[in-house]
Structures are given as C-alpha cells and as structure tokens.
Design a protein around this ligand. Sequence first.
Ligand SMILES: [Fe+2]
Ligand SMILES: [Fe+2]
Length: 317
Amino acid sequence: MEAVNNEENRDKPGSELGYESIKQLIKDGNKTIANLPEREVEPAQDNLFLKLSGGNIISEQEFIERSLKENQFWMRIMMEHAFALRIPLPNEATKYIKKSEDFQKSFEKQLHKALHETAKEFKAVKKLNEESINLLYEAAEFKEKVFKDNVEGKYRGLFWTMEAEHIRREPLYVIKTLQRLNKRIERPLREDIIEENEFFLKIMAEHGAFLSHFLDMNEDELIELARLFTTKFKLLTLQARNIEIEPPTKTAILSHLTIFRGATITLHDFLVEVSRLAGTGEIRGVMDPNLLGHVTREAAKYLSVLDRLEARVKQQH
Ligand SMILES: [Fe+2]
Ligand SMILES: [Fe+2]
C-alpha cells in the first residue's frame, strides 16, 4: 500500500520527490562522478576499426590501376543511365530527352579515353579523374532536376521515382571515389567497410524492386523472387550499419562480408538468368535487356569491392 502511495506522490508538486529533491539528486550524482578515480580506457585490442582508424596513402601504381578500373566501369554505367533515363520519359519531357542524348555521347567519349587514350602514368590518370569528376558533377545536377520534377509530378511516363533517385545517387558515389583516389587516400577501415557495403547493398535491394516492376504482371514467380531479393538486401543494409556494434573483430567482419557475398552471388546469378530469358523472349516485361546487363554488372562490381575489402581485412594481424 505504501509503495502505491509513493508512486502517486511522485507527480505531485511539493512532495518529497518534487523539483528540489530531483535537483539534490543530480547534485549528489555529480559529486559521485567527480569522485570517481581516473581510469584510462583501453581500446579492445581486437577492434579492427579502432586499430586502423588512420587510413593510408596508396602507392602510385595502385592509384593508376584503381583509377583506370573505376573510370572504365563507371563511365559505361553513366552512359547507360543516360539511355535508361531517355527511354521511359514521355514527350512533355523533351528537353530532358535531348540532354540525356548529349550525356550519353559525353560519357561514351570519356569511356573511350579511359579504355584507349590514357597513358598509364600518374599525371595522365589524374587528369582523366578530374575530367570524369567534372562530367559527373554536371550529370548529377541534371539528374537532380529530373528527380525533382518527377517528385513534383511535372512529367509522367514509365520512369519511377525510386529509379530517378537511384540513378541520381550513383554519380555522387563515383565523384567521392574518384576524389579520394586523386588524393591517393585509402579511408580508415570503418568508413570503407560500412559505407561501401551500405551503398552497394541498398543498390542491390533497389535493383530487385525495379525488376519486380519491370516484369509482366503474369510473371508471378519471378516477381515474387525479385521481391524476396529486395527484402533480403534491405535487411543486409541494416546489418552493414550494425557491424561496428559487435565489436568489429577480424572474424566478425569477415563473416559479414561472407554473408553479403553469398547473397550477391545469388542475386547476380538470378539476374544473369533473367537477362538470358528476356533476351530470348521467354519472359515478358517492359525492361530493356541492356539495362538488365547494367544491373548484373553492378552486382559483379559489388563482388569485386567485397574482394578488395576482404583482402584489406585479411592482411591485418
Ligand atoms: Fe546504375
Ligand atoms: Fe544501379
């Protein structure tokens, strides 16, 4: 009975647990904290994120190889985005259709430079990166406009808002990657692991969502599979954010990377099969087989990022 009364008194002004008592309690608490002995907190020795919190400078050779690879992959992707954007836009978005064609040509040129015209030496590669960054900024600005108009319903067509947001996000990622490369910076392990995985896992989830909407309404089984991939990759995106909580030991990080790899290999194989079926006309829908190739290559790119991350973790003792 007494306990019940105390509970009731708590909210009453002027009671023994009122404002003054709370102030006193805080004061006492502060005194206790002030009297605690000084202790140095040792970081857990097996926490790889703390151990490698400084980042590195990569060698000139690595800079050249990685820069060329990134350009050769992403300039093609950006060229295809321009195509993906142009195809589903309706007539009222003519100005965007024309601009997309221009971007398609510019990225094709830049891809050619990255593949055939850039000498494998520091200065030339740095210049290539700078040019790509400038072009990517222009493309990102353009995609931002297309996305905003989509959100505001200024045009309709078969261009989904999520797709507009997705292809707006990818050039921003590439800009950051090339900027870091041009400074020859390898990020601290924590940023590298969390940000790369979050970016790619979210992308994979969205590819599943696109596919489920591009297939014909009768393709129930494939639509269901595409949705399952979306759900799975959404969960994995959250898992990537939580890696640092565990704590991130070498074993824990490697086991997360193995899980991400397994899911991505399955998605990649599924996309390869869907591309084949779409190419032979065995399945129907509104997707262009070229764009199925695009998302399949992005899954393969993520697998190569996982290779690099895994190698980086494994070399730590
Ligand atoms: Fe893409
Ligand atoms: Fe994508």
